[in-house]
Design a protein around this ligand. Structure first.
Ligand code: IMP
Ligand code: MG
Length: 437
């Protein structure tokens, strides 16, 4: 596959996250010069396996394992400095070199504070059954809420004006303490000065990374460097277009790239839509094809479907072409990557949801009303399964016929060409599908 011809590319999940974007970025990254995180924060969990060695990344872009590649965390993201610095430290201990050369952090990114995590947890705990979101409890939602409020948000650049930062954070923490005490009866107030000093120490540790990433990005574009924009979460978790309110709090879809990274929308040339051969979801929310039986369990076990960030078992079900097709409509993938094809080995038959029924009637589109989606029953197309394990396949024509047929069905349903197929967690376990096959 000629990756250089893709130009600036974004990699976006077309489901509810955990499609395998981290692996695809890792496979593609050697052909790119810059990897950019444009939305989300430490709620993301990207698993990259290199030569059997597993790396779980939350704040850092997946290009960090490649010494040549520049990694950027841009203004649309939220940054938990403790998580970031912890991740940097643990990667350094494993021999990964991280410096101001290969890691750049936007001075416009919003800072996540311990009170955000506390708010996230307490709000979930207080929510009535049916109203819980099932967040990763990393504080990401409250941090974005503070950003949008314009009153309580604090950006990275503010760390470098310490006097102003002390004053502002003092005010904000006084407000947070009052809020947490009134609403949740929290008795132990947050120590404003300890938090402030802790963050000022983080500021020094991060100083060499922090810059105006929009300048560096526009330079990179002018120099015709090839950029890879790495999505976090999935299109169906997008704050505007996902299954609201069971979504994350940022623009996780392809539309978020230009605004989150701060690049002209026209500078993006290719869009890789990443889909898993089945569907998973962590947290609450509608999931029409969910399998609450031994089939779902079997997918979970053989696909190792446990959350990277929280360790929660992921809910599993058949591929939902209505949901992913809706996401594809918003995303316009020029390429599709089908992940975890190996996980479906051994089923007599595999199913693909091609429509929904609700209240005895066909539901032809993916509904805005999340609660009607909760009632939707999947209508399946049944395809023959395959027995062979696929982990050793390296070419499309080495796949069993039924597996090829399954992949082609997904491409047809989503109206985009499947150009990459993953048959195992390792970098090597990837099939590139040639054009004109
Ligand atoms: P939050 O982003 O932590 O507020 O979580 C909101 C919803 O998005 C919950 O259902 C989470 O499980 C889900 N979510 C957040 N980040 C990820 C991710 O990286 N992968 C999959 N689901 C996620
Ligand atoms: Mg993940």
């Amino acid at each position: 596959m000629d990756f250089r011809s893709l130009g600036n590319t974004c990699v976006v999940g077309l489901q509810w996250g955990d499609e395998g974007k981290g692996k695809i970025v890792d496979v593609m990254v050697e052909h790119y010069d810059v990897v950019v995180r444009y939305s989300g924060g430490p709620n993301a969990g990207h698993t990259v396996v290199v030569k059997g060695d597993k790396f779980a990344l939350h704040q850092l872009p997946s290009g960090i394992l490649h010494p040549r590649v520049r990694n950027m965390i841009t203004g649309g993201t939220v940054l938990d400095p403790a998580v970031l610095l912890g991740e940097i430290e643990s990667l350094r201990q494993r021999g990964v070199v991280i410096s101001g050369e290969n890691l750049r952090i936007s001075d416009r990114a919003h800072l996540l504070f311990p009170y955000h995590r506390q708010q996230d947890m307490l709000a979930e705990r207080a929510a009535l059954p049916g109203s819980k979101i099932g967040t990763t409890a990393r504080g990401v939602g409250p941090c974005y809420a503070d950003k949008v409020s314009r009153r309580w948000g604090v950006r990275v650049c503010e760390l470098y004006a310490p006097e102003r930062f002390r004053r502002r954070l003092g005010e904000i923490i006084a407000h947070k303490n009052a809020y947490l005490a009134a609403l949740y009866d929290v008795r132990e107030p947050i120590d404003a000065s300890a938090t402030t000093e802790e963050y000022l120490t983080f500021a020094e540790q991060m100083r060499s990374f922090v810059c105006d990433t929009t300048i560096e990005l526009s330079q990179a574009i002018a120099e015709r460097r090839q950029l890879l924009f790495e999505g976090a979460q999935g299109s169906l978790l997008d704050i505007d277009h996902g299954t609201y309110p069971f979504v994350t709090s940022a623009s996780s879809g392809a539309g978020g790239v230009a605004s989150g990274a701060g690049i002209p929308p026209t500078s993006l040339k290719s869009v890789v839509g990443v889909i898993k051969a089945y569907t998973t979801r962590v947290g609450e929310g509608p999931f029409p094809t969910e399998l609450r039986d031994h089939v779902g369990e079997r997918i979970r076990e053989s696909g190792r479907e446990y959350g990277t960030t929280t360790g929660r078992p992921r809910r599993c079900g058949w591929f939902d072409a209505v949901a992913a097709g809706y996401a594809a409509r918003l995303t316009g993938p020029t390429h599709l990557a089908v992940m975890h094809l190996d996980t479906l080995s051994g089923f007599e038959q595999v199913q693909v949801c091609v429509a929904y029924r609700a209240g005895g009637r066909a539901l032809n589109t993916f509904p805005a009303d999340t609660y009607s989606l909760m009632e939707a029953e999947p209508v399946y197309e049944t395809l023959p399964g395959w027995k062979e394990s696929l982990g050793a396949c390296r070419r499309f024509d080495e796949l069993p016929r039924a597996a090829r047929n399954f992949v082609e069905t997904l491409g047809r349903l989503l109206s985009a060409p499947v150009t990459m197929i993953s048959v195992g967690p390792d970098r090597e376990q990837t099939i590139f599908v040639d054009k004109g096959r």
